[in-house]
Design a protein around this ligand. Structure first.
Ligand SMILES: NC(=O)c1ccc[n+]([C@@H]2O[C@H](COP(=O)([O-])OP(=O)(O)OC[C@H]3O[C@@H](n4cnc5c(N)ncnc54)[C@H](OP(=O)(O)O)[C@@H]3O)[C@@H](O)[C@H]2O)c1
Length: 337
């Protein structure tokens, strides 16, 4: 639905992911891109020219605080490096801005609690940018589960891996405790997807293993989230395994598989599901741009005062599980939540 009031966006950081988000903000019918900031002089303008040319009215700041002080901006998108998310989300909230922050929203639960408290005090919307959840294929998965066809969900297995190009291995430069490595980069997706049928349930324990690199980051790992009563969610992720982007959900009467969880705009989303009663289905869903759908969703939440589909409570559970997984890998023990 188009409204008369446009939401005015500012972007903090000239990051590569702007290749996806900048065109989405420009294309979204109730949004207006007002400014972009980078601490590297000239980088904001270069990013704008590259990913959203012909946006002459967009202001390019060489200081992050200048963008936060700009009263023309209602909402800030934060694609900074992982260890900066918590701090800049809090700063933006305290300036009265709504915030869409890239995953992970913060590296520890205390920061998410501070963000939650500040968002309530300032009466602003804040959401962690797990864009894939806005692709309709996951709503279809939920519909199949809710129909009862596969019975009661007992286990999940989610995987995200690919061979990281050598040029991108700078992602391992920071240690795990400062947001570096595969866990914070792609493991957080695998954990998030593994939680899909148990969305707002707090698990009982987490056991995990990670492959550490000499920088103190991890290049991959695997773990099990224990939801009690024999319900488990397994996740695995890696920068040094063949490409996989899938999850499988097994119930008491059947199972389903999402074959392309992080489906890009040109990739066909496929869901297959089966039942012990002999049903075998393969569904190809329409192509979609989950970045645009994410921006549409968050814009609608702000303009029409709805709660974001991904809550801060969800971000808190994901963060708690990731930290428990890291603790487990470091101590060799299962960590109670
Ligand atoms: N949703 C998704 O599909 C997706 C995909 C990839 C990444 N991400 C997330 O998005 C965030 C950004 O990831 P990214 O890969 O786009 O990050 P990136 O390009 O490494 O940029 C991160 C930040 O580092 C600074 N930077 C960029 N290039 C630099 C350079 N050449 N030298 C020095 N500093 C530089 C920028 O801040 P300044 O401009 O202020 O210097 C930028 O905001 C991360 O949190 C990541 O987890 C999400």
């Amino acid at each position: 639905m188009k409204t008369n009031t446009k939401l005015r966006w500012g972007i903090l950081g000239a990051a590569r992911i702007n290749q996806q988000l900048l065109p989405a903000i420009v294309a979204e019918q109730n949004s207006e891109l007002v400014a972009i900031a980078s601490r590297r002089p000239g980088a904001a303008k270069a990013t704008l020219d590259q990913y959203a040319p012909k946006q002459e009215s967009v202001i390019c700041y060489d200081q992050m605080n200048a963008l936060l002080d700009d009263d023309l901006i209602d909402v800030v998108y934060i694609p900074l490096s992982n260890h900066e998310h918590g701090e800049w989300t809090l700063r933006a909230i305290n300036k009265g801005k709504h915030v869409l922050c890239e995953k992970p929203m913060a590296l520890n639960v205390a920061d998410i609690d501070a963000i939650t408290e500040a968002a309530e005090r300032q009466n602003v919307k804040v959401m962690e940018g797990f864009m894939y959840r806005y692709h309709p294929q996951h709503a279809r998965v939920k519909e199949i589960i809710d129909s009862g066809s596969i019975g009661e969900v007992r286990s999940v297995r989610s995987c995200f891996s690919f061979m990281m190009q050598p040029a991108r291995l700078y992602r391992l430069a920071e240690p795990l405790n400062n947001g570096g490595g595969a866990m914070w980069d792609i493991g957080c997706y695998a954990v998030h997807a593994a939680r899909l049928p148990f969305y707002d349930t707090m698990p009982k324990a987490v056991t995990a293993f990670v492959k550490k690199t000499e920088t103190g980051a991890d290049s991959g790992g695997s773990g099990i989230i224990d939801y009690g009563d024999g319900r488990y969610a397994q996740f695995d992720y890696s920068f040094s395994r063949a490409r996989r982007a899938e999850y499988e959900i097994i119930g008491t009467k059947g199972g389903l598989k999402c074959h392309n969880v992080w489906a890009k705009q040109a990739e066909t989303p496929i869901i297959s599901w089966w039942t012990e009663g002999g049903e075998n289905n393969l569904e190809e869903l329409p192509l979609n741009n989950h970045f645009l759908l994410e921006i549409e969703h968050f814009t609608d939440c702000v303009l029409n005062d709805h709660d974001p589909g991904l809550s801060l409570a969800d971000a808190r559970i994901n963060c708690k599980i990731i930290n428990a997984a890291i603790d487990s890998a470091e101590t060799g023990r299962s960590i109670k939540i």
